[in-house]
Design a protein around this ligand. Structure first.
Ligand code: GLN
Ligand code: ZN
Length: 759
């Protein structure tokens, strides 16, 4: 039985890759240093996996920025706007320019687009194709890294995104079949070189096999693998699928002319039976039984049942064991977590521990030849799994009961929007085109240094609170001076919009080093939801009430919504996501009620992650949207008609979810529209969206200060699409990444633009 891995985290336990890249970007180090860091990280990952006992260790899973961009560079799909740079920049600098854009030395070239990798929080660089896109071998990265590992005595399994999946990831209107005909020779060149250098197994990632794939794609995949088999007969190709089940593509996928298929049995354990029934006799099957997307310890008994089922059908020589997908999506090493409660730590596994699990499963699947040391591991695992199931840390009967009786709660506002609107207008007395912001104000290095002082113990809580209070006071004064209608306190006390709430809720635990790559050198440290979620005490009331005490204008209370809390955390795998979302929703509902009782008249519940939670398969989307909408309504519906509920969503495509956005029934929604020149409003217009909307008029992702004229033009555009009475005036998103120097003039121009419209 072969055990293998689909990919190892590349950032390093101490985020070495992030630091090395950012030093290089700041010109604080040279290219040689960066290259050496990369080499060190690859070597560490290979040696570690070898020492643990994997049979097949992946290579080419490393990247300085992104694995899709690596392919674009390998096949020479370099967009025209970078062509002139090829003579002036080193290949590495050109690579980073494509990823990040360039704006210095008289150059001003935009970056390539970035988007989420399937349903993960990892972002890849979208390939850009022209209709007659040509391809040529421009980098030998997979071969170089294979040779690098070989020099260390490790014969790796190079990982490549398949040519078909690569084309499907890109944008541009060429004919796919033609493009594939031009792309395949380049891939074949790479594969032939790998074969010459002694590679045996190649992993071809084909994630589209788990999506609603259109029929025209199948012949392209068939053509690809037939050609590879005929051209490189010594290579053994493994087609890797993940993030979903194969469903209607089972028959097709199992028949591909390759040597092995990898399936995700964490997301879709039920697919094993169908796959085995269709499985040909000449192929190996790789079972993804260790969760590559979440941080829970594997349940060996459950995994072994799947392994045994496959062994029974295929024989042990044809069964392989692996994580469900690349371990890119989990943190590196649990061993370095020294501060985590040992009771919870025993339930977890990060990347390194997951590789150990895969190897252990192989030994345990060996039947009666199992060594004592492994039997002991099995017992330990069983105890940990049982402990987690029954731990009082996880289970809170009161929370469960509240969720169970939720159906009795009418998660609806008391009156329809048309009635609420009149009452709110009377209560708030806002002008037409009311102005507001999305919540956060600049998190200056000073503000961040206060938190560091509090954490290190240099400051007492009282000292810290005093500084936060002063900053809130200044923010209120600034907003009053600017003439903004609905104020915010500025979110200075928050490190992160999820972490801030998670830290105050029971059921959440935090790692110190659990970093996961989000894009390029950016990493996130998702908190872990391990137990029933309960609010211990009010979380935001103190600062909101303080801010409101400083002004007669309404100050918005600011909360993060249940779906965003869920989506940006590692979540429980022992109950449906919907249940966890409802628990979060109840905690937020209590906070909403407390804010209202404390005199806060407007409450914003941010849901920037609502769209990204959409399942990969169309068929699963209605169910998700139903509980997502329900969760938002549970969190927002306790208030009186006079209390105004806002929500906020960042840049996203609204067309296919506009009906559900309307069902959220927020009184006001703010969205990001300035870059798209209000194009994103089309969905709201076509749907005749009934409630109020604040389309962003200020692009907060750029330090540029937009002029009043620009914003007036955007507002006029919006007013042509949406009835003026429904329009609010606000920036695209929060201002935490901006400085006051840009923020004040931009908001001043925004207020002036709104005043102009009123006239
Ligand atoms: N209220 C949050 C802020 O202003 C919203 C952030 C977001 O949408 N990602 O920072
Ligand atoms: Zn936003």
């Amino acid at each position: 039985m072969i055990v293998h891995n689909l990919g190892y985290p590349r950032i390093g336990v101490g985020r070495e890759l992030k630091k090395a890249c950012e030093d290089y970007f700041r010109c604080a180090s040279d290219q040689t240093t960066l290259i050496q860091t990369g080499k060190g990280l690859r070597s560490n990952a290979w040696q570690l996996q070898k020492a643990i006992g994997l049979d097949l260790i992946p290579s080419n899973d490393f990247s300085f920025y992104d694995q899709v961009l690596d392919v674009s560079v390998m096949v020479g799909a370099i967009p025209q706007r970078y062509a002139s740079l090829q003579a002036q920049q080193t290949p590495m600098d050109l690579y980073f320019t494509m990823a990040r854009g360039i704006q210095h030395g008289g150059l001003d070239i935009t970056a390539m687009e970035m988007t989420k990798w399937f349903d993960t929080n990892y972002h890849y660089i979208v390939p850009e194709f022209t209709p007659n896109q040509s391809f040529a071998l421009c980098s030998q990265k997979p071969v170089d890294e294979f040779l690098e590992a070989k020099a260390l005595g490790i014969l790796t399994k190079p990982v490549l995104i398949s040519p078909v999946s690569y084309l499907l990831l890109g944008k541009g209107k060429g004919d796919r079949a033609d493009m594939l005909n031009r792309l395949l020779p380049v891939y074949l060149e790479v594969l032939k070189k790998l074969a010459q250098e002694g590679a045996t197994w190649i992993q071809m990632d084909e994630p589209f096999l788990c999506t609603d794939m259109d029929e025209t794609v199948k012949p392209l995949m068939e053509q690809t693998y037939t050609l590879i088999r005929n051209t490189c007969p010594t290579l053994e190709i493994m087609v890797a699928t993940y993030f979903e089940g194969l469903r209607e593509n089972v028959a097709f996928a199992t028949r591909l002319p390759v040597h092995a298929l990898h399936i995700d049995l964490v997301r879709a354990p039920e697919q094993l039976t169908g796959v085995l029934a269709a499985y040909p006799t000449d192929k190996s099957l790789s079972l993804g039984v260790v969760d590559g997307r979440n941080i829970w310890k594997n349940d060996y008994e459950a995994s072994l049942r799947l392994v045994q089922q496959a062994v029974g059908a295929l024989g042990s020589e044809r069964v392989m064991i692996a994580p469900s997908c690349s371990l890119l999506h989990v943190p590196c090493d649990l061993d370095v977590e020294s501060k985590m409660s040992p009771e919870i730590k025993r339930w977890l596994a990060f990347a390194k521990q997951k590789v150990v699990e895969v190897v252990t499963l192989k030994h345990l699947a060996g039947g009666d030849k199992v060594a004592d040391s492994f039997r002991l591991k099995r017992e330990e695992n069983r105890a940990d799994v049982e402990d987690r199931k029954h731990s009082p840390l996880i289970h809170n009967p009161r929370v469960k009961e509240r969720v169970d009786t939720l159906h009795q709660l009418n998660a609806q506002r008391q009156s329809p929007f048309s009635v609420r609107r009149v009452l709110q207008q009377k209560a708030l007395g806002l002008p037409s085109f009311p102005t507001t912001t999305i919540g956060s104000f600049p998190q200056t290095s000073e503000v961040r240094s206060w938190r560091a002082k509090l954490k290190s113990g240099e400051w007492s809580q009282a000292q810290y609170d005093e500084h936060v209070a002063d900053e809130i006071k200044r923010a209120i004064q600034r907003q009053e001076a600017l003439g903004i209608d609905v104020l915010v306190h500025g979110e200075f006390e928050r490190n992160d919009m999820v972490e801030y709430f998670g830290e105050q809720l029971s059921g959440y635990v935090f790692s110190q080093n659990g970093w996961v790559q989000s894009y390029g050198s950016r990493c996130v440290k998702p908190p872990i939801i391990y137990g029933d979620i309960a609010r211990v005490a009010p979380m935001t009331v103190k600062w909101s009430v303080y801010a409101q005490s400083l002004t007669t204008r309404p100050v918005k209370g600011m909360l993060t919504g249940p779906i965003t809390m869920l989506q940006w955390s590692f979540v429980r795998n022992d109950q449906p996501r919907a249940t966890t979302a409802l628990q979060l929703a109840l905690a937020i509902r209590d906070e909403v009620s407390d804010l209202e009782a404390a005199g806060i008249r407007i409450i914003q519940i941010d849901e920037p992650a609502l769209r990204e939670g959409l399942p990969l398969r169309e068929a699963d989307r209605p169910a998700y949207l139903e509980w997502a909408v329900q969760s938002f309504r549970v969190s927002s519906s306790s208030v009186r008609d006079e209390t105004q509920i806002h929500t906020h969503m960042c840049y996203c495509e609204f067309n296919d979810i506009i009906k559900q956005i309307a069902e959220l029934d927020a009184d006001v929604i703010s969205i990001e529209t300035s870059r798209s020149q209000m194009e994103l409003l089309d969905a709201f217009t076509a749907f005749q969206y009934p409630n109020d909307i604040g389309p962003g008029v200020y692009d907060i992702h750029s330090p540029r200060v937009p002029s009043q004229t620009e914003m007036t033009a955007l507002l006029n555009k919006a007013a042509a699409l949406i009835p003026a009475a429904q329009l609010w005036v606000n920036p695209d998103c929060g201002l935490k990444t901006r400085g006051w120097a840009e923020t004040e003039p931009a908001l001043s121009a925004m207020v002036a633009a709104a005043a102009g419209l009123r006239k």
